[in-house]
Each structure stands twice: as C-alpha cells, then as structure tokens.
Write a protein that binds this ligand. Structure first.
Ligand SMILES: *Cc1c(COP(=O)(O)O)cnc(C)c1O
Length: 392
C-alpha cells in the first residue's frame, strides 16, 4: 500500500470545478496583483479568524518579516523565539540584523517552553515570536503576561496553525500584536504557490503595515517609511476564497485521523496514550498530545503535522520508506545548531528538549483525505518494525 506524506491531488479532486472556475475568472479579469479577489479574501479571513484587519502578503516568511519591520525592529534588538521551528522564524530576525534569542521547547507540545522565556529577557529585548508548531497553540496567556510585564511586542507565527483556537476560545493570530500565517501548499490551507497573511487588531499598526506592503509609499511615490514588495497575487486569493469554507472540515478530518492513530497505537501495545512518555519500554511510541503542560487545558490541535517520537528513528524511517509510507523529520537541526547562527555562540546543552526531538521525532501522514485503511497500515508497519527491533 502506498501512503504519501501529503496528497494534494486528492484534495484538488474534491473541489476541482470550483477551483478551475476561480482560476479562469482571474484570467479573464487580467487583474493579477492585490485587487478585488484579494480584498474579498482578506475580509473572509478577518471574519474567520476574528481579527479587525487581515492583509494578504507574498508568503508566511514575508508576513513575519513585514511584521517585524512594522514594529520597527532595529539592528541589535533581541527577539525571543523557540529554537525548534521552521527556519523562517529565525531567518527574518537575522535578516533585519536583529538578534534571535533561542528558547528550548516544551517536552509534550514541542512549543516554546514558557518557563524559560523570562530569563532570556535583557534591556535590548523587543519582542517574542511564539510559534504554534505543528498546528497547536503555544501557551499564550503566560506569554502575554510576560510580554506585558516587560513591554515587549508579540508576533505570533501561526504558519502551521490557521483556524487553531487557544484554550480560551480565541483564535491564534488575534492574541499577540500581529499574527502571521502561510498559505504554502503543504499548510492546512494552501494556495497554488506562495502566499501569506498578517492579522492585526490595532488600527494604527494596521495602516502602517498596509503601506509597508507596497514599499511604504503613501501617497504613492512619497515615502515616510521603507517597506517592500510584500503583495499577494489575485490567483492565490481566488484559490483561497474557494478553499477557506472547507478549512474547518479538513482540520476536523485531520483530528479524526489523529484520534484513530492514537486508538490503533494503544491497541497495538505501542503507547499508553497521548503524551505518555514510556521511552524505557522497548517498543514505545510517544504520541502527540493536545494539552498545555502548565494549565492542563485541552488545546484545539489541527495537526498540520502528526509527529511521534520513537527510538531508532532513522531505522524506522528507512523501514517506512521501504513499505511505501511517506515520512519526514521536522526539524533535524534546531536553530542553535545551525551553521549560520554559530556567531551567536549558544550553548548546545541549554536545549535538551529540542535536541532530543531533532533526534527521535518523525512526522507521519495525517492529511484529510487519508483513509482508515491507510492509517491502520501505517500503525501495523510501525508495530512490525518495533517487534523486529526487539528481537535484534
Ligand atoms: C511554513 C512556515 C513559515 C514560512 O512560510 P512560507 O509561506 O513558506 O514562507 C514560517 N514559520 C513556520 C513555523 C512555518 O511552518
């Protein structure tokens, strides 16, 4: 049986007539950049996410970069962020000649370890970028408390988490000062190329950011600030206008798939349940858990990635690949170990959780169109590997 990590064609099949009509509509309009499709998308997004302003931008990376530019991050400013995330979270900080300050991750959610933020704050700290990794919210209440106490801005990296609610019901992207999202095709809501979104409640900051999206000129050709070309195309907005109404159904399907994985892993004797660390057992698999360490509240996890932790991860990956099962490591190299950040002179021993996750985590197929047969094949295959491993 073949189980790809992601099957975008399967999704396209389910909405092909609507998508094709939208693409043709843009072709016939010959209106390609910003414009009515983009405005319609932005209105739909701000209604869906529950924020005052939403601006379509060129990518999730540019959403973060633009957000940092809009809050006036300067060379030498320090920005606190998790060491375990996609490269863009740290890359945008360094590109502005600001200093990324890395924090280790929480053992169970893979999100930033809130307990370790405050000791990284100095007189130069300007902002925190919590990442809602793999599709569940970082623990935003304590993060906002720390930010308010020290007068820091909060830029939420929600690239993997559109439609995620925090445990108090608010959606991510509405809690900090600015929310950033990505429509890269492998995210829960993907467009047909690169695209992103910025969400804001503050009117003044929104106005500034909107101007900076098109080089900072207002009126056109008169520049009080320096922006860039951070525009999104009409084609991408048209695709998103078709897809957005399906997003909650797709995320619900991912959650069902995750629940089925949990059930089958427990039945196979490979796990005692979500977040139960039984690494000493020879055949243990650590399943993702939708919960906060501190508050114990349930989290609404939309599983952009379904990441388990296992011993002999690399051998398991080889076995899965042989058996036709897609898998990937997010992320093999935390920021503090990246060559390009060697100049920061971080101490590797400060990041035991991220280092552990880099060594033993693997993402399994979780996309909405996955069948229960495919899911049980994945679990059976992992069980077979674990049995062989034991007899080695
Ligand atoms: C995908 C992603 C980004 C960047 O988004 P792009 O649209 O690919 O530029 C940023 N942060 C995280 C956590 C991501 O997963």
């Amino acid at each position: 049986m073949n189980v790809p990590l992601l099957d975008l064609k399967a999704q396209y099949k389910t909405i092909k007539p609507e998508i094709d009509a939208a693409l043709i509509r843009v072709a016939e309009s010959q209106y390609f950049i910003l414009g009515p499709e983009v405005e319609k998308m932005e209105q739909a997004m701000s209604a869906y996410i529950g924020c005052k302003h939403a601006f379509g931008v060129s990518s999730g990376t540019d959403a973060l970069l633009l957000a940092l530019m809009a809050i006036d991050i300067k060379p030498g400013d320090e920005i606190i962020l998790p060491t375990f995330s996609f490269f863009a979270t740290a890359g945008v900080v360094a590109r502005l000649h600001a200093v990324p300050v890395f924090v280790d991750s929480d053992k169970v959610t893979f999100n930033i370890d809130v307990q370790q933020i405050e000791k990284k704050i100095t007189a130069r700290t300007k902002a925190i970028i919590p990442v809602h990794l793999f599709g569940q919210s970082a623990d935003m209440i304590p993060i906002m408390e720390i930010a308010n106490k020290h007068n820091l801005k909060v830029i939420e990296d929600g690239a993997q988490a559109i439609g995620v609610h925090y445990n108090d019901g608010r959606q991510v992207g509405t809690i900090g000062d600015i929310g950033c999202f990505s429509f890269f095709p492998s995210k829960n809501l993907g467009c047909f190329g690169d695209g992103g979104l910025v969400t804001i409640n503050n009117d003044e900051l929104a106005e500034r950011l909107k101007i900076m999206r098109v080089h900072g000129g207002k009126p056109k050709y008169y520049h009080k600030v320096i922006g860039g070309n951070f525009r999104i195309d009409a084609i991408q907005a048209a695709v998103l206008n078709v897809k957005l109404p399906y997003l909650d159904r797709w995320s619900a399907k991912r959650r069902e798939n995750a629940a089925l994985y949990t059930k089958l892993f427990i039945e196979a004797g490979l796990s005692e349940g979500e977040g139960k660390i039984v690494f000493n057992a020879a055949n243990a698999v650590l399943l993702p858990k939708a919960v906060f360490k501190n508050s114990g509240h349930k989290n609404y996890h939309i599983y952009n990635q379904y990441v388990i932790r296992v011993e002999k991860r690399d051998e398991l990956r080889e076995f899965l690949t042989q058996k036709g099962i897609g898998n990937e490591v997010y992320y093999p190299v935390p920021f503090h170990r990246q060559e390009c950040f060697a100049y920061l002179k971080t101490n590797d021993a400060d990041y035991p959780v991220a280092n552990g996750a880099a060594n033993d985590s693997v993402a399994l197929p979780i996309y909405p169109e996955l069948t229960s047969e495919q899911i049980s094949y994945v679990v059976k295959t992992i069980a077979e590997f674990q049995k062989n491993k034991r007899s080695l």
